[in-house]
Design a protein around this ligand. Structure first.
Ligand code: NAD
Length: 294
């Protein structure tokens, strides 16, 4: 056992150069977090504008650290230089671990994972930040499925401590160990979970959203529910959290959960969340959800 543990630790130590595919909300956040903790990361997107936005977001977060006197201007420059933005696979030969964070579409993700597998070394670990797609299903696109697992961050990446490391049917222990070690190096708390719809967090969160939605459908005032849940001790209530998550994301994730657990999760077209979505009240992303935003 000791020998095995030592070999995992070695594998984990080998995560020195990383890459993230997609420079969106999550990819940009992952690049910032990795860079701020000192692990170099290549940030690849297919759109120059996305790269610019990802970098702008990282600069903004570093600037906040300067304001709070947690970082000097020199330190910021050094940390920012850990992020290497690119539109090509040029330097992927030396990457130890990749986080795929492109759009939540199984076809796009499958194609991107197969594409990046051709660019990296045989021992490179590939991970996906998917919120809902089965890891074993995504692994079907790969030649080396043992090197692949889920690495599910939460939004906003720099503030949310948890990372779900998802083990697919063929994921090796070494891939899990390397991913856990990288999450720790990023200052996160990893938990290893099995592959199932919703993984762990969303299996708890979505029934909670369902309960909230039911209350609203029965006439409850959502602002009061939020206040009550805050008093209960949660950092924010369900209506506000749904605005952060986005009604589109919530409806999509709920469908995946209902498909996976039909006996437990309702698939009702008249839930308060569905009504909000149909009314184009997506939440903070389009400035109108349960609450209105500037
Ligand atoms: P986003 O739309 O903000 O960003 C996706 C980025 O991927 C875009 O910049 C797009 O240009 C880029 N992209 C598309 N195809 C690409 C390709 N072939 N190569 C490289 N880049 C490509 O999306 P997001 O919210 O950051 O979500 C990304 C992933 O993270 C999704 O799988 C999502 O389910 C998951 N996730 C999102 C959240 C969230 O709250 N937003 C939370 C956890 C996990």
């Amino acid at each position: 056992v000791k020998k095995k543990a030592a070999s995992y630790a070695k594998q984990a130590d080998n995560v020195e150069q990383t890459a993230v595919l997609g420079a969106g909300i999550m990819g940009g956040g992952i690049a910032y977090q990795s860079a701020s903790k000192g692990t170099p990361i290549i940030m690849k997107d297919i759109q120059g504008d996305a790269i610019e936005l990802g970098l702008k977001e990282a600069r903004k977060l570093f600037a906040k650290q300067i304001e709070r006197k947690k970082l000097t201007v020199e330190q910021m420059a050094e940390k920012l230089s850990n992020i290497r933005p690119t539109l090509s696979y040029g330097d992927f030969g030396n990457v130890d671990l990749v986080v795929e964070a492109v759009v939540e579409n199984p076809k796009v993700k499958g194609a991107v994972l197969a594409e990046v597998e051709e660019q990296v070394g045989e021992s490179t670990i590939l991970t996906s930040n998917t919120s809902t797609i089965s890891i074993s299903r995504l692994a079907q696109n790969l030649k080396r499925p043992e090197n692949f697992c889920g690495m599910h961050f939460f939004n906003p990446v720099h503030r949310m401590p948890l990372v779900e490391v998802i083990r697919g049917e063929k994921t090796s222990d070494a891939a899990v160990a390397a991913t856990v070690a990288y999450a720790r190096a990023m200052g996160k708390t990893p938990i290893v979970v099995n592959d199932c719809p919703g993984f762990l967090v969303n299996r708890v969160l979505f029934p909670y959203f369902g309960g909230f939605s039911f209350l609203v459908e029965q006439g409850a005032d959502f602002q009061r529910v939020d206040k009550v849940m805050e008093k209960f001790g949660w950092p924010m209530g369900p209506a506000y959290l749904l605005d952060v998550v986005g009604m589109d994301t919530a409806v999509h994730a709920n469908e995946v959960m209902a498909e996976g657990f039909p006996e437990r999760m309702a698939r009702d077209s008249k839930t308060a969340i569905q009504v909000m979505f149909d009314d184009d009240r997506l939440g903070q992303k389009n400035a109108k959800g349960f609450y209105a935003y500037e």
